[in-house]
Design a protein around this ligand. Structure first.
Ligand SMILES: Cc1ncc(C[n+]2csc(CCOP(=O)(O)OP(=O)(O)O)c2C)c(N)n1
Length: 580
């Protein structure tokens, strides 16, 4: 019968859970937990800001698909963590956040470093616990992991008053580690109804989101698409589900999609949306999204079905299971309509309206440097098991360019803050990914605005010798904001230029990181390949002063078909309906 303190119980439960490392910052209210951790085999990653710790955990969870852990003390430690938690909630990332709290008898008296962490966290977590006794931890900690990983994943917070960490408890048995519940099986009737709709559709389109990527549904999706002639579009988090050069792949939909993708959405008569929540960045003005289409919605989270648009059929299930059942039901029905006119139209639209980013061949341009980096990464990144580089981004123009042109070899390779759009995500998320998946080089595409939001984590990257390669797109401004001011505020650029410019190469070196300026290298691609192949972190400054706008772009509040394109500013899209 073990007799252990609450802090020791937590650490043993984390070990039993298989946690290999966690990120955090100690303080008075979580010191007992840190003391217990000092006797553990679990590696502690000392972040330099709690938001950094939260994003390190997120990077690890996104890259590995398993829940990851971060720690913070009470008060400012907990509030600093909240942005990373909210970000995990919107992007469905399983993290378990353990926060120190003032001793239970002092709760509610405005004690030193007391905030109502539980109350603050409720709206941004999937679930929240306030531990009241060390024995209760035997239930709460495995439950936190179960909830974080089950169904639609998300962040769970456990608030730990200091006295709960120090109190001793006797107990008989360790609980089983918390594991994800099995997903609900696809309902046969719902599958049948969906198969009927899909069987009869003349212009169907498959939309794959982060849920499809996370469920490993890319193979089932590809097979369905190829066998039943469905062109495919992806959300930001669904990118990589189909190879970039697959003939049925139209790439990303929505705000920065190709005109081809948004045109096909405009023309489809059935949208099969899988593992996505039809958020506004993807749909544009909702009442004008896929105006002629019926909707089949597949999501593991039943509360997403009908949340934004009423579906004609819906399946609450794991994406891979649902797509496999759907294919089986279609096989049983047999026959089906010819979709050759639709596929012909898609080929035409792709040829005519596919993305043609400017400067792709010039490694010193904003798009070209990414294309060169992707080639350099491919030359060193692919391992025998076929796993390649992971790409983390920050938020801004560089993020959308990466989504547009980085050729992803599989799902889940792009780590990016899609829902909350949090600048400062990139560097710490890349560190977490590199630590969780040490075989993968991780490339972090950042902007000079975003990098400064969690620049302190350069120290963490160096300390951990994380294999993170930062491609810093240095344009001296908050590029995406400036773009919006130029396009939508009649060119009134305000508060979006930096008049004081940092020397980022010197800054990285000051943290002990290797760094170089791409403009000083004759062959940028070779210089990047060399940097990517080396162990440890590195910063590569890419000057992109006169970058063009990232286009196409759907103006805020507009319909996707009102996107601004390269050549025909503000012109509505040509839409030719095909009734084959
Ligand atoms: C924490 C946070 N604050 C503000 C914003 C609003 N915002 C979106 S993009 C952007 C500019 C990003 O600049 P930078 O990182 O330099 O990237 P660029 O657009 O220049 O490529 C800003 C301020 C945000 N997304 N996140």
């Amino acid at each position: 019968m073990p007799t252990l303190s609450g802090a020791e119980i937590i650490v043993r439960l984390l070990e039993r859970q298989g946690i290999e490392f966690l990120a955090g910052i100690p303080g008075g209210a979580n010191l007992p937990l840190y003391d217990a951790l000092s006797h553990s085999t679990i590696r502690h990653v000392l972040a330099r800001h709690e938001q950094g710790a939260g994003f390190i955990a997120q990077g690890a969870a996104r890259a590995s698909g398993r829940p990851a852990v971060c720690l913070a003390t009470s008060g400012p430690g907990a509030t600093n963590l909240l942005t990373a938690i909210a970000d995990a909630r919107l992007d469905s990332v399983p993290i378990v956040c353990l926060t120190g709290q003032v001793p239970s008898p002092m709760l509610g008296v405005d004690a030193f470093q007391e905030v109502d962490t539980y109350g603050l966290a409720i709206p941004v977590t999937k679930h929240c616990f306030l531990a009241r006794s060390p024995l209760e931890l035997l239930r709460i900690i495995p439950e936190a992991f179960r909830i974080a990983a089950s169904g639609r994943p998300g962040p769970v917070l456990v608030d730990l008053p200091r006295d709960v960490q120090t109190a001793m408890a006797d107990f008989d048995e360790w609980p089983e580690p918390g594991r994800a519940d099995g997903p609900p099986a696809p309902d046969a009737e719902a599958v049948e109804r969906a198969a009927e709709l899909l069987g009869d559709a003349r212009r169907p389109l498959l939309l794959l989101g982060g849920g499809a990527a996370r469920a490993g549904a890319h193979l089932a999706a590809r097979s369905l698409a190829e066998r039943f002639s469905l062109p495919v579009v992806c959300t930001l988090h669904g990118l990589g589900c189909l190879p970039t050069d697959h003939p049925l792949n139209l790439g990303m939909l929505g705000m920065h999609a190709s005109k081809a993708a948004n045109t096909v959405l405009e023309e489809c008569d059935l949208l099969v949306a899988v593992g996505c929540r039809l958020d506004d960045r993807a749909t544009g003005r909702l009442d004008r999204f896929c105006p002629d289409a019926a909707l089949i919605h597949v999501d593991i989270d039943a509360s997403e079905l009908g949340k934004r648009r009423a579906p004609q059929a819906s399946i609450a299930a794991d994406a891979a299971d649902a797509l496999t059942s759907l294919a089986r039901a279609l096989d049983k029905r047999g026959g089906g309509v010819s979709r050759s006119a639709w596929l012909g139209r898609v080929v035409h639209v792709k040829e005519r309206f596919g993305l043609r980013p400017p400067g792709l061949d010039d490694p010193r341009s904003a798009y070209g440097v990414l294309a060169a980096a992707a080639r350099a990464a491919a030359s060193i990144g692919v391992r025998a098991d076929g796993r390649d580089v992971l790409v983390a981004t920050d938020v801004g123009r560089h993020q959308m360019r990466t989504a547009q042109v980085w050729p992803l070899a599989g799902p889940g390779r792009l780590l990016t803050s899609g829902g909350l759009g949090t600048m400062g995500f990139g560097l710490p998320a890349a560190i977490g990914a590199a630590l969780a998946e040490p075989g993968h080089p991780v490339i972090c595409v950042s902007g000079d605005g975003s990098l400064l939001m969690n620049v302190q984590e350069l120290a963490t990257a160096v300390e951990q010798d994380a294999r993170v390669k930062i491609l810093l797109m240095d344009n001296g401004c908050l590029g995406l904001v400036r773009q919006q001011q130029e396009l939508f505020m009649d060119g009134r650029v305000f508060a979006s230029r930096f008049s004081a410019r940092a020397d980022y190469v010197a800054l990285a070196r000051a943290f002990g990181m290797r760094a170089f300026d791409l403009s000083e290298h004759g062959d940028p691609e070779a210089a990047m390949a060399e940097a990517f192949a080396a162990s440890g972190p590195c910063l590569i400054r890419c000057p992109v002063e006169d970058e063009p706008h990232v286009l196409p772009m759907v103006p805020p509040g507009a319909a996707n078909c009102e996107m601004i394109c390269e050549t025909e500013n503000h012109d509505a899209m040509e839409v030719a309906h095909v009734h084959a």
